[in-house]
Design a protein around this ligand. Sequence first.
Ligand code: FBP
Length: 552
Amino acid sequence: MKISALQQARYSYNPKLPLILRENIKEIRPVMGQATESATDQEALKQLFPNTYGLPKVSFEKGTNENIGKKMNVGVILSGGQAPGGHNVICGLYDALKNANPENTLYGFKGGPSGILEDKYTIMTDDFINEYRNTGGFDIIGSGRTKLETREQFEVCTQVCHKHDINAIVIIGGDDSNTNAAVLAEYFRAQGENICVVGCPKTIDGDLKNESIEASFGFDTACKTFAELIGNIERDANSAKKYWHFVRLMGRSASHIALECALQTQPNICLIGEEVEAKNQSIEEITNYIANVIAKRAANGDNFGVCLVPEGLIEFVPSLKILIREINDLLAKTEAEFNAIESVNDKIAFVSAKLSAQSAQVFASLPAEIKGQLLADRDPHGNVQVSKIETEKLLIQTVTKRLKEMKAEGTYTGKFSALNHFFGYEGRCAFPSNFDSDYCYSLGYNAALLLSANLTGYLSSVTQLSKPADQWQAGGIPITMMMNLEQRHGEMKPVIKKALVELDGEPFKYFEKNRETWAVETAFTFPGAIQYYGPSEVCDQSTITLKLEHQN
Ligand code: FBP
């Protein structure tokens, strides 16, 4: 395979570790902190996790580590959507294992969690791993969305681990995969199996964060990649002065990506799903807000602009939220009948006839393409896949209609020509920024230390991320500490709480303070491409979200 010059150069980039992890691995020892509690539902979680609830937080200090040299066979799994830096988690894990004992073996289960169930794996070697250092993507072993959650699956995992004498598993995934990692860890302990499970916080969406986890990996690079593209579009808009660009951004329900991109590029409009929900805004109100900004700019002679739309917006508009929930339930109940219908129009008619009167009306008001997209395949949780719903196109249609009305009313005199974009897959496999290269390598290295201490049910954690890497703190956080109980498919389930944008948080407050100025003035900022080599202030910066959240 031909290798680009950047890829070749990135192979020899040395990721920066927290200071303690730079010590000889045999001289790093774990320190147990106080026992922990989950924020809510303590009693119920204690019962569900009798062997792994309440474990202490772990940090590291310099000192002889007696366990580090013992032979370990570790399995690693990439779970869910790609996020830049996943390869480096595996590289960090591999290097730590080999530093601890060259006899240690790392099995990479292929194609996501199904890899362990089907016993499909690669054994990592130096030559193999060296071709993936500091590169984007999950193609080292592939990823998948199979969920490890049933007892039967756990039994298969046990058999596969026994077969290869595997005594630890690292699951690199988001909130659901790490919830399942905790359940698997509990299962192994309850069965008396000495197999440890440690998770690593992954997702570009940025919604796996809490008091102990400052950021999920991949968010930094994905946002920087999208922000570069948005900045380029802003410059194009400001040069030609004839288009309004509507840019939808990935991120599932949470609007973290849209917000971070807005902070990096200062567009004229950025919608935030969580705010729409808090203000109970309808599509009509959102449309009016956008149309009014367009009219204000037009009054200044500016018939161009940029509007960012989080992909999860649609789920936060109250009437659409109810509609989506009804469709999800309906499709779950009538799966076979629905799937047997061939044409999209007939599917639409089938669903329309079964909705409540209010939702049927909302559904009828939507353009045909959006109706079809709302009926597309569900994800493994039975939820609509928001990445497939072209909300930006819907908004262009509703705004066009509103501007026509405003023209008739005499409140708008400009020209409106709109273009739509969707950025998601473009950012998920970018070469990881230095931040993600360093953070991910540290997470993987750290995971090996947790496993060597026989710790299970932990998430590898690296904190103080808004500071330079030599001030980062490495450790482990019990996963049960981040859990609460939530209703899933009619049952109360233990899950890691998803982090949505906090409207009283510093990133949103900063955006709120500035957005009116950005709406009318052309205050675009152009982040440019991610830089991998050069001065630290250009190459090593974290996201603005992280800085604002941890500025004190
Ligand atoms: P994870 O939650 O698994 O990290 O995936 C993130 C994501 O990129 C979302 O932003 C997006 O909605 C979804 O994956 C798209 O899923 P798919 O890759 O299956 O098309």
